[in-house]
Design a protein around this ligand. Structure first.
Ligand code: CP
Length: 313
C-alpha cells in the first residue's frame, strides 16, 4: 500500500481491522518494523487525537515521528500554480512538499477544506498536491473530504461491539454553532456501507452529503424513524454540501438524547470527538453506558499502526 486516503475495498478493510485488533492485544508486536524510518506528521489544522495517536502508532513500530504544525510554525503556503508570489504567501507547496519528501520515508497530512471553494475541496486539491510533489507514500490525517483513519477506528469499534453480522448503523446529523466539514460524515458513510452494514443517514432536508459517499445507504429525513432499532448511532454535524458550507438549520431538537433512543434500547452511540456537549449530544449519553467515544479514540492508535505497518512492510 502506498497511499492511505480512502476506503478501497472490503477485503483490505477487513485485513486492516484484523491487524489493528492484533496490535491492540500486542502493541509492540512489530516494534522493529520501522527501525530507521521517519514519518512526517504535517498539520495544517488543529488536532488532539490524530496527532497523538499517530505518533504513538509510529513509535510502536519503531519509526521516528516528527510533527510539524505547518499552520503555526512553518511558512504560509501558496497552493495555486503559476501565481506571482508578491502577496502574503511565502513558500510554494511544490517546494515545501519536495523538501519534506527528501527528509522523510512517509508523509501524513491533515488539510481541512476551505468550505468556500467547492471544486477545490471536492477534488482534495491540497492532499493531491502533497502526493504529487513529495513522491512519498502519503497517509491522510483528514483531508477536505475524508477522514479514513477515524473511519477505520470506527469500523474496529463496531467490529468489537456488534452482536450481528449486519448491524443497523445510523448516521445522524446534529446541531452545531459553526460550519463544519463533511469529511467525517462522508468517510463514515463510505466505510460503513463498504463494510456491509445496514446504513441509514438522517438529517434535515438540505443537508444531503455528496452522493459519491452515500450510495448504498438509506436516506431518512425523519430522525425518529431512522433511529428505530438502531444498533449503532453515529452523531456528527456537517454543513450543507449543495448550498456549499452554509448552516441551514440550527434546530436543537436534532441533538441526540436518551429520549430519542426509546425505540433503540440496545443502541451504542459513537462520535469522533471533539464533541460540543449538550449541543450535538447530551451529557447523559456521553457519560452513560451507551457511549463508545473513548473506545473509538483509543482505537485510533491501532488503526494508525495497522495502516503504517501496511505501508512500510
Ligand atoms: N477525531 C479527530 O480526528 O480528533 P482530532 O481532530 O483531535 O485529531
Amino acid at each position: 500500500m502506498k497511499y492511505y486516503t480512502q476506503f478501497e475495498n472490503k477485503s483490505l478493510a477487513d485485513q486492516l481491522i484484523q491487524k489493528a485488533l492484533e496490535y491492540k492485544q500486542h502493541p509492540l508486536l512489530d516494534k522493529n518494523l520501522g527501525a530507521g524510518k521517519r514519518i512526517g506528521l504535517l498539520f495544517l489544522n488543529p488536532s488532539l487525537r490524530t496527532r497523538v495517536s499517530t505518533q504513538i502508532a509510529a513509535s510502536n513500530l519503531g519509526m521516528e515521528p516528527i510533527v510539524l504544525n505547518m499552520d503555526k510554525e512553518s511558512w504560509a503556503l501558496e497552493m495555486r500554480d503559476g501565481v506571482i508570489m508578491n502577496q502574503n504567501k511565502v513558500e510554494h507547496i511544490k517546494d515545501a512538499a519536495g523538501v519534506l519528501g527528501s527528509y522523510f520515508d512517509v508523509l501524513a497530512l491533515r488539510a481541512f477544506p476551505t468550505l468556500t471553494d467547492k471544486g477545490e475541496d471536492s477534488e482534495d486539491y491540497i492532499l493531491h498536491q502533497f502526493i504529487k510533489h513529495s513522491g512519498l507514500p502519503v497517509v491522510s490525517l483528514e483531508s477536505a473530504i475524508r477522514h479514513p483513519l477515524q473511519s477505520l477506528a470506527d469500523m474496529i469499534t463496531i467490529n468489537e461491539h456488534k452482536k450481528s453480522e449486519k448491524p443497523k448503523v445510523v448516521l445522524t446529523w446534529a446541531p452545531h454553532i459553526k460550519a463544519i466539514p463533511h469529511a467525517v460524515g462522508n468517510s463514515f458513510a463510505e466505510w460503513s456501507v463498504g463494510c456491509g452494514h445496514d446504513v441509514t443517514i438522517t438529517h434535515p432536508e438540505g443537508y444531503e452529503l455528496d452522493e459519491r459517499f452515500t450510495q448504498g445507504a438509506n436516506i431518512e429525513y425523519d430522525q425518529e424513524k431512522a433511529l428505530a432499532d438502531a444498533d449503532f448511532v453515529y452523531v456528527k454535524n456537517w454543513s450543507a454540501f449543495n448550498d456549499y458550507g452554509k448552516i441551514l438549520c440550527t434546530d436543537e431538537s436534532w441533538m441526540l438524547t436518551e429520549q430519542k433512543l426509546i425505540n433503540a434500547p440496545q443502541a451504542k452511540v459513537m462520535h469522533c470527538l471533539p464533541v460540543r456537549r449538550n449541543v450535538e449530544l447530551s451529557d447523559e449519553i456521553l457519560d452513560g453506558e451507551r457511549s463508545l467515544v473513548q473506545f473509538q479514540a483509543k482505537n485510533r492508535i491501532f488503526a494508525a499502526q495497522s495502516v503504517l505497518s501496511a505501508i512500510i512492510k
